[in-house]
Design a protein around this ligand. Structure first.
Ligand code: ASP
Length: 426
């Protein structure tokens, strides 16, 4: 019997976990970094390599195949409304979870001092990065979406929104020029699209090995060669992690189930079976950007979402819809305040809802981006941003989990939008 892809990836993940723990216990950090980690980097690079051509070719052909532009703005409006609503719900779930569990009250006094000393320098690096974000003007995110040179946008995966913008512009113009002129361009783009989808299939053959290497390397970088450090961290921050994880699980179980039930007829079994490989990749790479090609392929091939919807909804979602990140930011902000003995008023908690929704939109789809935007939330509610030193030690682990939620959220909205547009095939 042929093993399904997600099982192969799970096997890679579990073996990576076992190897990683062994390596940390036996001091094999150097060997892992030199001989195992590179396979993970190769795998992530291959995925990133195809993201720009995939978004460009599928979005241009998707938009150009639309009969009228009203439809495009309708799909756009729906997508953004559901994205923002689910993110706001996610933040609220996070706030309820952290206020009920009160994880900040459980950190031992000596551990607070130790954490702050250990992660002080790493924290100040993140604070500098946040300063750069803060100095921007209010309309800067909109300005940033419009590139002055397409090749420079296409040269950096962080500029995915610019690529989306250019692709939409080109798709619209292709509708407006004579058919015989548009045809060759569209045929070419359709060819590129098929080619890239095949590349995704081929790259995924390497997924079990890539995931093994990524997980082994992550454990090495979190644990170093001293496993007892991790255990100490996990016990001090266990409640905080639980508050985040419980929130993420509730968001997946309730919010996404509701989105699927309200807007589509898809069974949860079909949905989760279809996107499991994307979720596993999100977990192993901690990057919704790197996972994007697989999310798109699974939504189209397994869930039946039309290319027109998936090529618009998913790249947009990978860049702006981060429910897991927003939830984590809310829990982390309150946890830090609790640990520092500060009481947050209702006003401050409402500020968190607003800033976390905005901050998650501005968070890049790469590992560790969420904690940089967290600093901006902390400053908005008057909590010292150096407090992130308290949570840095376990941030990578939570990053893996919140990225799974981010990707699941994007896929559920793609199914919802496609269903309401009658663009889902059995
Ligand atoms: N790693 C997350 C993502 O790519 C972003 C973050 O929360 O750091 O979706």
């Amino acid at each position: 019997m042929k093993l399904e892809l997600h099982w192969k990836i799970i096997i890679g993940l579990v073996l990576g976990l076992i190897y990683g723990v062994f390596a940390a216990a036996n001091g094999w950090g150097g060997f892992t970094t030199n001989w195992i980690a590179p396979f993970g980097i190769i795998f992530i690079n291959l995925l990133k390599l195809i993201a720009v051509p995939l978004v460009l070719s599928s979005l241009i052909t998707g938009v150009a195949s639309l009969s009228d532009l009203k439809k495009l703005s309708r799909i756009g409006g729906k997508t953004i409304t559901i994205y923002i609503a689910t993110t706001a719900i996610s933040v609220t779930i996070g706030l309820v979870s952290v206020n009920l569990l009160k994880p900040g009250d459980t950190v031992p006094e000596n551990m607070k001092v130790k954490l702050q000393n250990t992660y002080q320098s790493a924290a100040s690096g993140k604070m500098e990065a946040a300063d750069q974000v803060k100095e921007r003007r209010p309309l800067q995110p909109v300005v940033d979406m419009v590139p002055s040179n397409f090749f420079s946008s296409a040269s950096n995966n962080r500029n995915m929104l610019q690529v989306v913008f250019v692709a939409i512009l080109m798709g619209i113009a292709l509708i407006q020029i004579p058919k015989e002129k548009a045809r060759p361009v569209l045929d070419f783009m359709e060819g590129i699209n098929d080619l890239v989808i095949k590349l995704v299939d081929n790259i995924m053959l390497m997924a079990p090995m890539g995931v093994f290497a990524l997980i082994a390397d992550t454990i090495t970088s979190v644990a170093g060669d001293n496993l007892s450090n991790v255990l100490e961290l996990l016990s001090a921050l266990g409640f905080y992690m639980m508050a985040v994880i419980i929130g993420l699980v509730i968001q997946m179980l309730f919010t996404y189930t509701a989105v699927l039930k309200i807007f589509s007829k898809m069974s949860l079994k079909k949905f989760y079976k279809g996107i499991a490989p994307a979720q596993l990749l999100a977990f192993s790479t901690s990057s919704s950007g790197a996972t994007l090609p697989v999310t798109m392929e699974r939504c189209e091939d397994e869930l039946g979402v039309s290319e027109e919807v998936s090529s618009f909804v998913l790249p947009l979602g990978a860049t702006i819809n981060m429910d897991g990140t927003a939830l984590y930011q809310a829990v982390a902000a309150v946890f830090i305040a609790q640990t520092l003995g500060m009481d947050l008023t209702l006003g401050a908690q409402l500020t968190i809802v607003l800033t976390a929704v905005l901050a998650s939109i501005g968070t890049a789809a790469v590992p560790g981006a969420g904690i940089i935007m967290l600093i901006i939330i902390l400053e908005a509610i008057g909590v010292p941003s150096a407090g992130i030193a308290l949570i840095l030690g376990v941030d990578r682990i939570l990053d893996m989990m919140r990225t799974v939620t981010n990707v699941t959220g994007d896929a559920s909205v793609a199914v919802a939008v496609a269903s309401t547009e009658g663009q889902i095939s059995e």
